[in-house]
Design a protein around this ligand. Structure first.
Ligand code: HEC
Length: 142
């Protein structure tokens, strides 16, 4: 009996591992450091805006970053789909924006980068009032 339960638990653990294997946030973190780190960091604005809290928010809403008008007026909410289009070709998605580099041409790389961006945005509140963010994820800003 307990063996049966144990093997059921093991089977479901294996299932959830393989379900998550499509996008690998750990690998995304390494890609992020290598390809995005010259301009971005999770915690601080640099040449590009900080990325904590980007996933799930409207574009161009990180505090203290001087965004292009193109991105400010884009009305994009960052999710898997919009980030995938952005990373494929930022200039095609938002003509006139300031991020002109294409550094994630492989779909697998984009999926891993997006999983990483999602993982660092959990529980963060940095969207403008009215921006899309699940109420449960809203916490007091540090
Ligand atoms: C050469 C510098 C540079 C590099 C490298 C770069 N970015 Fe950017 N990124 C920017 C700039 C500048 C902006 C702001 C664009 C604007 O305001 O038009 C931006 C904006 C963004 C945004 C939108 C943020 C927001 O608050 O709406 C995301 C998401 C993003 N970058 C992801 C990435 C990822 C992921 C990588 C690595 C694959 C990357 N960037 C590499 C300069 C860069």
């Amino acid at each position: 009996m307990s063996f049966q339960i144990a093997s059921m638990l093991l089977a479901s653990a294996l299932l959830s591992v393989s379900a998550g294997a499509a996008a690998d946030a750990k690998r995304g973190e390494a890609l992020y450091a290598a390809r995005c780190g010259a301009c971005h960091s999770v915690a601080d604005n640099g040449a590009g805006p900080r990325h904590r809290g980007v996933f799930g928010c409207h574009a161009a809403t990180q505090p203290g970053f001087d965004y292009s008008d193109a991105l400010k007026h884009s009305d994009i909410v960052w999710d898997e789909k919009s980030l995938d289009r952005w990373l494929s070709d930022p200039s095609a998605f938002v003509p006139g924006n300031m991020m002109v580099v294409r550094l994630a041409n492989e779909p697998g790389d984009r999926a891993d980068l997006i999983a990483f961006l999602q993982s660092v945005s959990q529980g963060e509140r940095s969207c403008k009032p009215g921006a899309t963010m699940p109420a449960a994820a809203i916490t007091t800003h540090p």
